[in-house]
Design a protein around this ligand. Structure first.
Ligand code: ATP
Ligand code: MG
Length: 569
């Protein structure tokens, strides 16, 4: 491609609303352009990268025996009602009405639609196992769209769905997909890990997230420090042993204290001079219109994922109005003593002595609370998030944490959707059986942002060869110099004939401007055609990754470039 003919629009200044380096670089390098919050155009340069990622994904899906199809983006509400997710999905599901008032969803994921297709067309065990996938635009009305295409409202996803006769067959295929995902992320150049996760709204029992290691990532992974154990899970779902705060101190009598304007754990512990681990945080959740209180030690956070499993997937935090109705106090002053409702607690609350919690009266707390003596708990569960320093639930070693970006997730769904939607096939003895399903998603557009998070420097993007928009860029330092122009054009023609994706910067610009742009868009190899051509008959090859340069006789350049491209691919 010639620079003068292409729509490459690099920018000097980063956009003011972008605080993640990948977002800034994607805009500045002219990969994407913002249309509206969480909605981006893929410009030609960005689309080239997207197509590269898609090609890797398609290649590995084919290897795993999956077949591509294309499902509609609009899906009728009735299908979502069959699975129960029309209600469950909430505001993240984009909903539209047609001219007759019929409701549709803009697909955020396609379990319902594929299950409907397969129940209509696969009637016998002979058609199984079956895996179908698509690469398509998805819609999610995220609460906080941010970081460009990393968390967008419209984004590109690869979603695959497999159908099996039995759990054993699903287990086997899940491993095949696990390997396919591993190869995809290796080929895209990531340092990543597969970690146990929570299945959220998609459902099912076993699920892994593939997380690229990145300090800027939104995901937190908890992993065991013992390499022989290898346990790793997302912070929301990680299980571990939280050291109990045990005490042999004697139980004191309840005491009410005035804590004006002290609604948070930090405020109360500072005001009373007690450590947060001696507080009991009392949170109220509403389930089907009924309020339930949930207790956790003051130095801990509730894992909503674990809580949903213990309580109800439809549970939500109560509103300030509901809290006032239920406790008679403002937010921040709820406590378990005298509270007339179901109380569930994290295991860490067991055995606390002389704890502090709200008095169910605005501006007051109670001291010396003893669970069991002052209130009873309807059930203890593991509902707190573990963190670095806690012990591994498997081997007892210390847990560590790190941050990352979720690139993809795979799920064993079992019969969750097939049972709800009556999706059956006839088995080996003619009996009707529910399909056993798996599903497998990859954020194809997010991969691009994640790749830039791990591959950049102060001058711009550093692409791995496998997903670079071009493999080589030729920079004639002065395009109006006939000798330089002819040599650069000859190289360009030769590389194109050999199928090397090459960009030639044929602009009438200063060399410095061209070098800056080449660094910004991050093409792995730059070929500079300049003064050395007439003095020593050489051109200069510069690797974007480490800036190493090499002078190569012009007649050997094509072979050297081809070798480099092949080596890095
Ligand atoms: P997250 O936890 O980041 O919101 P998710 O778990 O809801 O993601 P999945 O339903 O597992 O997402 O979707 C499959 C993949 O699609 C994710 O692993 C991620 O790479 C990508 N993805 C999900 N939401 C977005 C988004 N808003 N923008 C870009 N990519 C996304
Ligand atoms: Mg996910």
């Amino acid at each position: 491609m010639r620079w003068t003919q292409s729509f490459i629009t690099t920018l000097r200044e980063p956009p003011s609303d972008a605080d993640l380096v990948s977002h800034r670089l994607m805009i500045r390098a002219g990969l994407i352009s913002k249309l509206s919050s969480g909605i981006y155009t893929f410009l030609p340069l960005g689309l080239r990268v997207l197509k590269k990622v898609e090609a890797i994904v398609r290649d590995e899906m084919a290897r795993a025996g999956a077949e591509e199809l294309l499902l509609p983006i609009l899906s009728p509400a009735e299908l979502w009602e069959e699975s129960g997710r029309w209600g469950e999905y909430g505001k993240e599901l984009m909903r539209v009405k047609d001219r007759h008032g019929r409701e549709f969803a803009l697909g955020p994921t396609h379990e319902e639609i594929i299950t409907d297709l397969v129940r209509n067309r696969a009637k016998s065990y002979r058609q199984l196992p079956l895996c179908l996938y698509q690469i398509q635009t998805k819609f999610r009305d995220e609460i906080r769209p941010r970081f460009g295409v990393m968390r967008a409202r419209e984004f590109m996803m690869k979603d695959a769905y497999s159908f099996h006769e039995s759990e054993e067959c699903l287990d086997k295929y899940y491993r095949v997909m696990h390997e396919a995902y591993t190869r995809i992320f290796e080929r895209c150049g990531f340092r990543f890990r597969a970690v146990l996760a929570d299945s959220g709204l998609i459902g099912g029992d076993v699920t892994h997230e593939f997380v690229a290691l990145a300090d800027s990532g939104e995901s937190v992974v908890i992993s065991c420090s013992n390499p022989d154990c290898g346990y790793a899970a997302t912070a929301e779902s990680a299980e571990g042993i939280i050291a109990r705060v045990t005490s042999d101190e004697k139980e004191n009598a309840l005491e009410k204290v005035h804590t004006p304007g002290m609604g948070s754990v930090e405020e109360v512990s500072a005001f009373l001079g007690v450590s947060p681990s001696r507080l009991i945080k009392t949170l109220l959740y509403t389930v089907d219109g009924v309020t339930v209180s949930v207790l956790v030690r003051g130095d801990r956070e509730i894992s909503e994922a674990k809580l949903m499993r213990a309580l109800d997937p439809g549970a939500r935090l109560s509103t300030p109005g509901e809290i006032l109705d239920a406790t008679g106090a403002a937010v921040g002053y709820a406590g378990p003593v005298g509270l007339d409702m179901k109380i569930i607690a994290d295991e860490g609350v067991k055995g606390m002595v002389n704890a502090v919690s709200g008095a169910n009266e605005t501006d007051y707390h109670l001291l010396n609370i003893v669970p069991g003596r002052d209130f009873s708990v309807d059930g203890y569960f593991d509902i707190a998030c573990v963190r670095a320093g806690d012990r591994c639930g498997r081997c007892g070693s210390e847990l560590a944490d790190y941050r990352g970006i979720e690139l993809g997730q795979i799920f064993k769904l079992g019969t969750k959707y097939s049972e709800k939607m009556g999706a059956v096939f006839s088995g080996r003895n003619g009996e009707q059986r529910f399909f056993v399903m798996g599903c497998y998603g990859i954020g194809v557009s997010r991969i691009i942002a994640a790749a830039i998070e791990s591959g950049h420097d102060k001058d711009g993007i550093i692409w791995p060869m496998s997903i670079a928009p071009y493999c080589v860029t030729i920079v004639p330092v002065n395009y109006s110099d006939p000798a330089i122009r002819e040599s650069a054009e000859a190289l360009y023609g030769a590389l194109r004939r050999d199928g090397v994706e090459t960009l030639i910067d044929d602009r009438d610009e200063r060399a410095g401007v061209k070098f800056k742009d080449a660094d910004l868009i991050g093409v792995p190899l730059r070929v500079t055609v300049g003064k050395k051509l007439s003095s020593s008959g050489t051109v200069e090859l510069t690797k974007r990754s480490d800036g190493q340069t090499e002078d190569v006789p012009v007649n050997e350049a094509v072979n050297r470039i081809m070798d480099f491209v092949a080596q890095e691919a």
